[in-house]
Ligand binder design. Sequence first.
Ligand code: NAD
Length: 516
Amino acid sequence: MAKLTIKNPATGEFLGEAPILSEFEVKSAVAIALKAYPSWRDLGFEGRASLLLKARSLLLTRMEELSILVSKENGKPLLEAIAQDVMLLMEVITYYAKNTKKILRKEKVRVGKWAFMGHHSHIEYEPRGVIGVIGPWNYPVSNPFGPAVMGLMAGNAVLVKPSEFTPLTALKVGEIFHAAGIPKNIFQIITGDGSTGAALLKSGVNHISFIGSVKTGKKIMALASETLTPITLELGGKDPLIVCSDADLDLASSAAVWGAFSNSGQVCASIERVYVHESILDAFTHMVVEKTKKLKQGPSLSPTTDLASMTAPMQVAIVEKHVEDAKAGGAHVLFGGTRRRDLGPQFFTPTILSNVNPNSLVMRDETFGPILPLVPFKTENEAIAMANDSPYGLNAYVWTRDVERGMRIASQIQAGTVNVNESLFSFGVPQTPWGGVKESGLGRTHGTIGLMDMVTMRHVYVNKRPSKKNSFWWFRYSGNKVEMLEGLCWMLFGSGLERLRGFWRYWRSSRKVSTL
Ligand code: NAD
């Protein structure tokens, strides 16, 4: 059987192996899940919540073991593995275990005037069946397992296809969920590479929740179109930060440094473009450079490490290419700009650029690495236009002391989430929707709206007082019926006297019609 060999990206230490499941194996896994899912659905919200809360307790007691594995496999600092992966998953479990029943309760639809004729309408939600989640490597716990928890709580069986860079973490989370009593046929980890992900799309799953790059997202959409499989796409970003002239510069510069360099910039919502008002550019730049100089790069498991190794060799190559391209376009490297080969093959220095050409790669394509380009602006409108000048639209950031102004700017930015005076945070708040506009994706995860992707909607329409009189538009048709309906239209949609005349036509002809 083909296998993935996993090594610590910082040290090359061998960490383990994971199978690359074939198309046949993926199909078998989906068939097992499809057969098993009704028992999970019938367990009810309380039954499922109690097992997921047990999984949360185990995540808590095994937090150290899991976050060390994340840190070793992905390369990120231990603190980030705890705060942004394991803690975040526990937060997601808490919210959906407590709220899914309420969010998915039967919902009455008000039908206006038709209610006078005894009409009633409501919506019921049903699990889809089997949800496939395909995840990236940058948040190997919180990214794929957030949608997985939502899918499970809604009553679905879930198959998670983790990134080929982080299968060991996913297998560990699977082990923890199974130890909590979530059945193995309901929750499966199917390890492998892109071919395993593609096989999942061809294997009869009822929904795909994909978190990854725009390039793969487009392939997923094409594959899903063959079977009309519904999809949620959480894709890349090129998130802008606008620093207004009235911003608290100390706070805004700290937020920018953290938002750009956390997880070595390998965050979909990383701050990748910084627009600074010209009046504060020098002071802000000075603060950002001085704070970046203080960051410590080193081994991921050291509690004092701020930035550790990047995860994937091809990503470091992209970062290098973006720096070189920016330099060729006239950019000045104010700090960093090179690898730290003394620390390991994939360490890259946090890098600050100024005088960047707006057409350079670092301003247009997702870098997904530790680069912070600074660009001055003169007016609010100019900053908004530059922020919106991108094919991406995941997150955006505004820093100002005037919250009203921040919200006014936010309303004009094309992004799934705009944060005012915050940095990278809202993904950690499962009550809030997460997703992008433009090429950053389709649909949302988290919030009540994200849960809706995990269910199908059944609309039930009931006439509590059915009668031929109340169904006068049925057969048989006649000139009087035409007259009656025209009168009804004028009565409903006309104005003033027209409505009165409409009523007269309706009433006069209604006495001469009959229904089969
Ligand atoms: P990727 O697109 O290379 O891979 C993502 C997953 O897709 C992996 O599991 C991979 O094996 C699988 N895959 C690859 N080819 C496939 C195919 N043809 N069919 C089905 N599955 C296939 O992305 P990545 O490099 O792992 O992750 C980084 C990207 O993810 C960045 O662009 C980042 O912005 C994005 N991301 C987005 C969010 C978000 O919430 N919007 C969150 C995290 C990461």
